[in-house]
Design a protein around this ligand. Structure first.
Ligand SMILES: Cc1cc2nc3c(=O)[nH]c(=O)nc-3n(C[C@H](O)[C@H](O)[C@H](O)COP(=O)(O)OP(=O)(O)OC[C@H]3O[C@@H](n4cnc5c(N)ncnc54)[C@H](O)[C@@H]3O)c2cc1C
Length: 412
């Protein structure tokens, strides 16, 4: 390959993921005279797109207000505010639709191709790149970058166990969370925020949730120190998952990393019922005549808690009849239901969507063009930046947006 590849390029894009493709296509469509090359280390492009969303690819989220959209990004929201006013989920929908791919919206706002097949998205991107004249080189890694003496860059790349040199006027780094490439970016003078995992499940071994794998509660509130998240909670073999837990893992990604994934978690199984409100309802259940001879375990006071979970949460008073429950026990029940304490003992992995927070410091990037403020003609897009979203299509959206903006500037 190396022999047949031209050495001089207008634009080289390192990384054939969604951000790199979006940038390449936008740039080449805008300015067909430019020579545009994507170098991709793997043997295929768009690897994460293919495995994303359980093979369905959650392309974006039906949230069309930039101010609302940025609330889904634990890191990068502020910087993305302006970027989203230039390219947001509606533009993503239109972009794919213009190329023959229709997206559908699920009840929770997540958007997928109507085919429910991530190949539809990958094929569309590859075809658009081909049509726009973008050259793609597989099994080709970026190893080193030097600023050229007369501008541009001298790139050392590796393919087929051989190293060779490429020259390019402009360079876009869209290599995702790859640590080795972050070292290259650091060597160019950029600050790198230490990458750590985001979006993971919690390992919790606790009698109250033992044997309940698969049980879910639709509206819970989770709290860890100053971080509060709401949503559905799913009990798993290893602990807790579901939107509320994943959100907490994203907002608390750095804190949890620092605590080596050991932390105290408070669960309000009654969404936002206060202790007093729960106590009042429990008292009513106790006072209700028909309940007097019913066991607490088999006569739940709250319909939103599945019976199997209820039994385990109220185990300490479960065998008593409602009529015999003491005031102190009622208070303990209210406490358990609105502020149950659990210990996070480790992290699992959320296989549907796994992202890293950290990367290139956002202060050093101009979000109108995605150009480096430290190095002329160097651009960034996608997860290589210190941006990450919660689950729901927000991570791809930041790749589409930053990729499109970079492509716009590269194509000028
Ligand atoms: C299992 C899984 C499921 C996911 N599902 C979803 C989802 O449904 N919705 C959503 O919004 N997000 C999802 N995500 C997150 C999403 O995939 C990422 O946020 C997104 O892919 C980031 O895009 P990117 O282009 O910045 O980086 P990447 O997709 O990581 O692409 C970077 C590319 O650069 C290449 N590369 C790295 N280093 C070099 C180098 N030195 N030289 C050349 N090439 C290099 C890599 O091989 C890779 O192909 C999922 C992630 C995972 C892991």
């Amino acid at each position: 390959m190396a022999g047949s590849l031209t050495q001089n390029w207008d634009v080289v894009i390192a990384g054939g993921g969604p951000a790199g493709f979006f940038a390449a296509i936008r740039c080449a469509e805008l300015n067909p005279k430019l020579s545009v090359l994507i170098i991709e280390r793997a043997s295929q492009t768009l690897g994460k797109v293919l495995i994303s969303g359980g093979g369905r690819c959650n392309v974006t989220h039906a949230c069309y207000d930039p101010a609302q959209l940025i609330t889904h990004y634990p890191r990068g929201g502020t910087e993305l505010r302006g970027a989203f006013s230039r390219f947001h989920p509606k533009d993503t929908v239109e972009w794919f639709e213009a190329r023959g791919v229709k997206l559908k919206t699920e009840a929770d706002g997540r958007m997928f191709p109507v085919t429910d097949d991530s190949n539809t998205i990958a094929d569309c991107l590859r075809e658009a790149a081909r049509k726009a004249g973008v050259r793609v080189e597989l099994r080709t890694s970026l190893l080193r970058v030097e600023k050229g003496s007369k501008g541009g860059f001298r790139l050392e790349v590796r393919n087929d166990a051989k190293n060779f040199i490429l020259q390019t006027k402009k360079l876009l780094i869209a290599t995702g969370s790859d640590r080795k490439t972050l070292d290259i970016v650091k060597s160019l003078g950029h600050t790198i925020i230490d990458p750590v995992p985001s979006l993971f499940t919690f390992n919790i071994k606790d009698k109250r949730i033992e044997g309940l794998s698969g049980v879910s509660v639709e509206h819970v509130t989770l709290r860890m120190d100053a971080i509060t998240t709401r949503g559905a909670l799913l009990i798993t073999h290893w602990g807790m998952s579901g939107p509320a837990a994943l959100r907490l893992s994203a907002w608390g990604a750095r804190e949890l990393f620092e605590k080596k994934y050991h932390a105290r978690l408070t669960v309000n199984w009654l969404h936002d019922h206060s202790f007093d409100k729960a106590l009042e309802i429990l008292q009513r259940n106790k006072d209700w005549k028909e309940n007097a001879r019913r066991r607490v375990a088999s006569a739940p006071a709250f319909s939103q808690i599945p019976i199997r979970l209820w039994r385990q949460l109220v185990d300490f008073a479960g065998e008593k009849n409602w009529g015999d429950v003491s005031k102190a026990e009622l208070r303990k029940l209210a406490q358990e239901l609105t502020a149950g304490e659990f210990e996070i003992q480790g992290k699992g992995q959320f296989k549907e969507e796994f992202v890293t927070c950290g990367g290139v410091s956002l202060k050093e990037v101009d979000f109108k063009t995605m150009q480096s403020r430290a190095v002329d003609d160097l651009f960034f897009a996608g997860e290589v930046l210190d941006i990450d979203g919660i689950t729901g299509g927000f991570n791809f959206q930041s790749s589409w947006t930053t990729g499109w903006l970079a492509g716009n500037a590269l194509g000028e």
